[in-house]
Design a protein around this ligand. Structure first.
Ligand SMILES: NC(=O)c1ccc[n+]([C@@H]2O[C@H](COP(=O)([O-])OP(=O)(O)OC[C@H]3O[C@@H](n4cnc5c(N)ncnc54)[C@H](O)[C@@H]3O)[C@@H](O)[C@H]2O)c1
Ligand SMILES: CC(C)[C@H](C(=O)O)[C@@H](O)C(=O)O
Ligand SMILES: [Mg+2]
Length: 370
């Protein structure tokens, strides 16, 4: 089995190093090969997703990805911007099903910006369609308007579109996931305004008829954004399109305490997967050694479970993360009064220590919010 390791830019390199350390200590027999991606690849090879990196990812059983991007590339032509690397990997590998589980560890109930009782015990799953929607729809571009409010003016346009098979396959993924959980699917759309999402909703209802044991309901995306912070525990599985899923998953991340806690798995129909934290390259804290590596470490656990057939190793990582949180260690993003602030590397070391059964850290039980 082979894992392609693509750290990328900014905190990507820092957090992936910790996840690799965790994978190595498990001593499982898989090969890891690293390659440049994003801005780092652009600097070295003139392209954010060089052929060699894409081929490595295609040939691997799984990809462990950090993050790409930096403000300094914002003026580059779009095709050369770092973000095109992750979009290109998703498209080329056919990774249409993105799982973003928002789980609030009981130790982090006080780290969320929401009231503890709203997030305590939270365990919801956002399933985001990842290879369609306005992200990839054609045509797109800039032109001179021939009609509309300002004919003759410069304008820009993108195309929101979904085909029936694209919606059907993500619907099946959502219903099947719900069967393994609390048997509820909320399909999030904007059917009141957008034809694409009336079509989406109609197909969700049709596919839902094949899963009579799963309750399906529908919510407009604006209401869903509100309900997620009002009563997040009412959700079980949320299924939605690429753009709404992007936005709602960042929102859901804060329910877990921090975006640094939200892992993700992006799968194709062969269970080949790309695993990455839901956050980005965080240029504002890059190079400082303070980023939270846990979303990446938890993504590595998802990789072991979904693509590498090592569910026990995945369980071990998740238990180690929980054990470390119980000792009171926190990176800055999840710190609260009474806990001990540590950096990226110390957090990774603590997970490794918990895995090898050497938890020397003092248990801190007082976790009061300032
Ligand atoms: N999949 C990806 O590679 C990916 C995802 C999102 C954004 N990006 C890119 O990342 C760059 C920065 O984007 P952004 O600032 O909007 O989003 P971001 O997720 O990088 O950062 C948002 C905020 O969250 C904080 N943060 C993120 N991850 C953290 C972690 N592990 N620990 C502690 N704090 C963390 C950051 O410091 C920042 O304040 C952009 O170039 C964007 O396109 C890439
Ligand atoms: C960097 C960007 C292309 C990406 C997205 O929008 O999908 C990111 O925000 C994410 O959530 O993975
Ligand atoms: Mg995003």
């Amino acid at each position: 089995m082979k894992i392609a390791i693509l750290p990328g830019d900014g905190i990507g390199t820092e957090i992936v190093a910790e996840a690799v350390k965790v994978l190595k200590v498990l001593d499982l027999s898989f090969e890891m090969e690293a390659a440049l991606v994003g801005g780092a690849a652009y600097e070295a090879h003139g392209h954010p997703l060089p052929e060699s990196t894409l081929n490595l990812a295609k040939a691997a059983d799984a990809v462990l990805f950090g993050a790409v991007g930096d403000w300094k590339y914002d003026k580059l032509e779009r095709a050369l911007r770092p973000e095109q690397a992750i979009l290109g990997l998703r498209k080329n590998l056919g990774l249409f099903a993105n799982f973003r589980p928002a789980i609030c560890y009981e130790q982090l109930t006080h780290a969320s910006s929401l009231k503890p009782e709203l997030v305590a015990g939270l365990d919801i799953l956002i399933i985001r369609e990842l290879t369609g929607d306005i992200y990839f729809g054609q045509p797109r571009g800039r032109r001179t308007a021939v009609d509309g409010l300002f004919p003759g003016a410069e304008e820009a346009f993108d195309t929101m579109r979904y085909s029936r098979p694209e919606v059907e396959r993500i619907a099946h993924v959502a219903f099947q996931a719900a069967r393994r959980r609390n048997k509820r699917v909320t399909s999030v759309d904007k059917a009141n305004v957008l034809e694409t999402f009336q079509f989406w909703k109609d197909i969700m209802i049709e596919v839902g008829q094949q899963y009579p044991d799963v309750a399906l309901d529908h919510m407009y995306v604006d209401n869903a954004a509100m309900q997620l912070v009002k009563a997040p525990k009412k959700f079980d599985v949320v299924v939605t399109g690429n753009m709404f899923g992007d936005i709602l998953s960042d929102e859901a991340a804060m329910l877990t305490g921090s975006i640094g806690m939200l892992p993700s798995a992006s799968l194709n129909d062969r269970n080949q997967g790309l695993y990455e934290p839901s956050h980005g390259s965080a240029p504002d804290i890059a190079g400082q050694g303070v980023a939270n590596p846990l979303a990446t470490i938890l993504s590595a656990a998802m990789m072991l479970r979904y693509s590498l057939n090592q569910p026990e190793a995945a369980d071990r990582i998740e238990s180690a993360v929980s054990a470390v949180l119980s000792t009171g260690l926190r990176t800055g993003d999840i710190w609260s009064e009474g806990t001990q602030r540590v950096g990226t590397r110390e957090m990774g070391d603590a997970v490794v220590a918990a895995l090898v059964g050497n938890t020397s850290g003092k248990t801190i039980t007082t976790m009061t919010k300032s």
